[in-house]
Write a protein that binds this ligand. Structure first.
Ligand SMILES: Nc1ncnc2c1ncn2[C@@H]1O[C@H](COP(=O)(O)OP(=O)(O)OP(=O)(O)O)[C@@H](O)[C@H]1O
Length: 757
């Protein structure tokens, strides 16, 4: 047996005061024994020294604090599976109680719990504590001691007890055990705090690991990303030693409908493991950079447009992509529907072209065809995931486009997907983890009735009543996002915008700012005002409130928008703001979502769904709303004025440049006259814009001062000592006081929890 350098991780220092340990016995693992002249030494008793790591290693997978030792064999007991260390040169078994600087000669007991030994040994010089002993031991065995072995092999090299230890550090992940994941993955899940698989993960991972195509449906926020991500990463871990930098093609291609989702998917996979190179191919960012990264990518995630641009640009990308082992279609119904379909079809065709071309040659070269079919069979698995599958897309593709986006039954969506994607299984596994509902169980739904002109006011009131909540406000147009965001900002609320008209970096920054706010790093920007570009897949932690400022255009959009809250088992509210004439339609739409859920699974359908779900109107205290009106109106005027002025500047710049290019003189007054003389559609809006533009600087300043004063004023309903001012009021505190019988009951009226409890 080769003598090798073995590495292990220094474990964390115990938290207690050093002196507390003085009289304790130190458990350093099993006592040294001899085996035919060789010394079998417990891990804790070996003279480990700090491993030298390359300078640029940035706590690479927790390898800081790594220790190594030379001249030691690892011996595995065939029966018990236990691992021992055999010293070539007899080691001086010096057991130091390093935490108190004394030498402890007394043998302190027997334990094959390697971690307890190392924690005692490293007590004096604590290092990075990200990973713990056994966890790193599994990694170390796989990565260092046996560079060629797979992680799965490394795991079986640990004894059963050590396997337990390896999987139960930061949180106990033994609930994942049945899925037979590698110790690296278990360790990563433990670090992320994911103690058990979600339903979709539990059902999909084994099927994917055993090579099947899978169509997975599960409610929003239920962990679909890792349901396909974990098996891909497992394959990556298995193959990584065989994949050299110069000789690798991507392992997986993940298709995403939106740029933000693509970036988030990349982050999610790299959260689990930093090591795979994930190329995110989306529009709006440097094409050249993406092409460069693509050359070394282990996993490619892309939106169809940019992906197709890169694939069709040559540079061997097409050939590389044909060799992927996984094709993932995330948010499948959206991807296969309008807007994306053409490029997606090109991509799918290109991936299959080689196989089809070979089939044409069948007569001349039957053998080659077999080989290629064989390759297809062995190479690519197709994984399709979404919370909804949309019936409308089938009609659209058949040229009978009708909006409506009704939710499709399992059977219909299956048939469609089977026809469109070339699955390698004759019948891919269809896994429906939440047959009863696409909506998360922790989601509460409600609606607010108001006139069209009062929507801004009610939006403001809702946000004030949820002033500590992370909120997402959905609109149906970019213009609305452009108008509402500054309006809310004028009212002192931390709002940021997201729509497809923004440059990509700003889009990503908006999501990032909200995510950071959710993580508690910054206190601002906790309201995202967005178009439906944010409706799918975005996983912003701790979003408690989704507001539909405009009604969603289809039932599936309602499901996905609402799914930005109540994720991963949490609670959240989804509130529609609608006019009296819209209420009936809204009730039908929401009832349809619930009824369809019931129809999908009659047996288990909830009573509510069977009887027809009835979404309640939220009783918001109109007195508060009316007191908020002056400030909301003024904030709107200021926002409109700013937008009109910006628009004017842009227009002027445009005409000035155009005039310069044509060698003409630019006369803004003449243009203005022509414009104001026009009558017809939009003339009322234009005259409003003109008025807003004509506000002088002094008038604007006085409006701002007036708003500032209003925001500082108390808004109460007579008896309360607590006040709504700008965005900073602590409503939770008010509610707590309300519970205690404080006079602020009247202040908040009956709106505590907005009647959604
Ligand atoms: N096993 C798990 N235990 C706890 N949290 C998990 C687990 N798996 C995933 N999560 C977390 O749950 C959240 C939602 O996961 P994910 O974004 O994959 O949901 P999804 O089903 O794809 O939702 P959507 O349909 O909206 O795209 C994420 O924050 C993710 O980190």
């Amino acid at each position: 047996m080769a003598v090798q350098t073995v590495r292990k991780r220094k474990a964390a220092a115990p938290k207690q005061e050093v002196t507390q340990h003085k009289k304790q016995k130190i458990d350093l693992g099993p006592k040294p024994t001899t085996d035919r002249g060789k010394l079998i030494v417990p891990a804790g008793a070996l003279q480990w020294k700090d491993a030298t790591l390359p300078d640029r290693l940035d706590d690479y997978e927790g390898f800081f604090g790594l220790e190594e030792i030379d001249d030691v064999d690892i011996v595995r007991d065939g029966t018990s599976g236990k691992v021992s260390f055999v010293s070539k040169a007899p080691q001086r078994v010096e057991i130091q109680a390093r935490h108190n600087g004394t030498t402890e000669d007394e043998w302190a007991g027997f334990s094959d719990h390697e971690d307890s030994a190392s924690s005692a040994v490293s007590a004096k010089k604590p290092k990075n504590t990200k990973k713990t002993g056994s966890e790193v031991k599994a990694v170390a065995l796989a990565k260092s001691a046996k560079p060629s072995s797979t992680l799965a092999t490394a795991f079986t090299e640990l004894g059963e007890h050590e396997q337990d230890a390896a999987v139960s550090r930061d949180v106990d992940v033994s609930a994942w055990r049945d899925l037979r994941l590698s110790p690296d993955t278990l360790a990563a899940l433990s670090r992320l705090g994911f103690s058990k698989p979600s339903a979709i993960q539990k059902a999909s991972i084994p099927e994917i690991l055993s090579g099947h195509d899978v169509i997975g449906k599960a409610s929003t926020g239920s962990g679909k990303t890792l349901a396909f991500g974990i098996p891909i990463l497992e394959r990556y871990l298995e193959l990584r030693n065989k994949r050299t930098k110069d000789n690798k093609v991507p392992l997986a291609l993940i298709l995403s409908p939106t740029r933000e989702l693509a970036h988030q998917l990349a982050l999610c996979l790299n959260d689990l493991f930093e090591s795979p190179v994930v190329a995110t191919l989306t529009g709006g960012l440097s094409l050249q950079k993406q092409q460069r990264i693509m050359k070394h990518a282990d996993i490619v995630i892309g939106t169809p447009g940019r992906l197709w641009e890169i694939m069709s640009s040559g540079q061997g990308t097409m050939d590389a992509m044909k060799q992927i082992q996984f094709l993932v279609v995330d948010e499948a119904d959206r991807l296969l529907s309008e807007g994306h379909y053409k490029e997606l079809e090109e991509i799918l065709d290109a991936l299959d072209r080689e196989i089809e071309a070979a089939a044409d040659d069948q007569d001349e070269d039957g053998e080659q065809v077999d080989k290629i079919h064989d390759r297809q069979k062995h190479l690519r698995q197709t994984l399709v995931f979404s919370a909804t599958f949309d019936r409308g897309l089938q009609r659209k593709l058949a040229g009978k486009s009708k909006s409506g986006g009704e939710l499709m039954s399992n059977k219909e969506s299956m048939e469609y997907l089977l026809a469109k994607l070339k699955f390698r299984d004759e019948s891919p596994k269809f896994i429906d983890a939440n047959p009863v509902s696409q909506l998360a169980t922790g989601l509460k739904e409600g609606l607010i009735e108001c006139t069209g002109t009062e929507k801004d006011l009610y939006l403001y009131a809702l946000l004030m009543l949820h002033s500590n909540a992370r909120a997402l406000v959905f609109t149906n147009s970019i213009d609305a996002v452009r108008r509402i965001t500054p309006l809310l900002q004028n009212l002192g609320l931390p709002a940021v915008a997201l729509h497809s008209g923004m440059v990509q970096k700003a889009r990503l920054r908006s999501v990032e700012r909200l995510t950071e706010a959710a993580g508690g790093r910054i206190s601002s920007s906790s309201i995202l005002v967005a178009t439906d570009v944010a409706a799918r897949g975005l996983d912003i932690p701790n979003v408690q409130l989704v507001i539909h400022y405009h009604l969603p255009r289809a039932a599936d959009t309602y499901v996905h928008r609402s799914g930005r809250t109540a994720r991963a088992g949490q609670q959240g509210s989804s509130i529609l703001i609608c006019g009296p004439e819209e209420v009936g339609g809204v009730r039908r739409l929401v009832a349809k979502v619930h009824a369809r859920s019931a129809a999908n699974h009659d047996q288990e359908a909830s009573d509510a769904a069977k009887q027809g779900y009835y979404i309640r109107t939220i009783d918001i205290d109109r007195r508060i709303v009316s007191r908020l009106r002056p400030r909301a109106t003024l904030a709107k005027q200021i926002a409109d004025m700013t937008i009109a002025k910006e628009k004017q500047h842009k227009q002027e710049d445009f005409f000035r440049n155009a005039a310069e290019e044509l060698g003409m003189e630019y006369d803004s007054e003449e243009l203005e006259k022509q414009d104001s003389g026009k009558r017809g559609r939009g003339s009322k809006r234009k005259s409003k814009e003109r008025e807003a533009r004509e506000v002088t600087k002094a008038e604007a300043a006085s409006m701002r001062a007036e708003l500032k004063a209003l925001l500082q004023q108390r808004v109460n309903v007579g008896v309360s000592e607590k006040y709504l001012t700008s965005g900073g009021i602590d409503i939770e505190e008010l509610l707590r006081q309300q519970d205690k019988g404080n006079a602020s009951t009247d202040f908040l009226g009956k709106t505590g929890g907005l009647g959604m409890e």
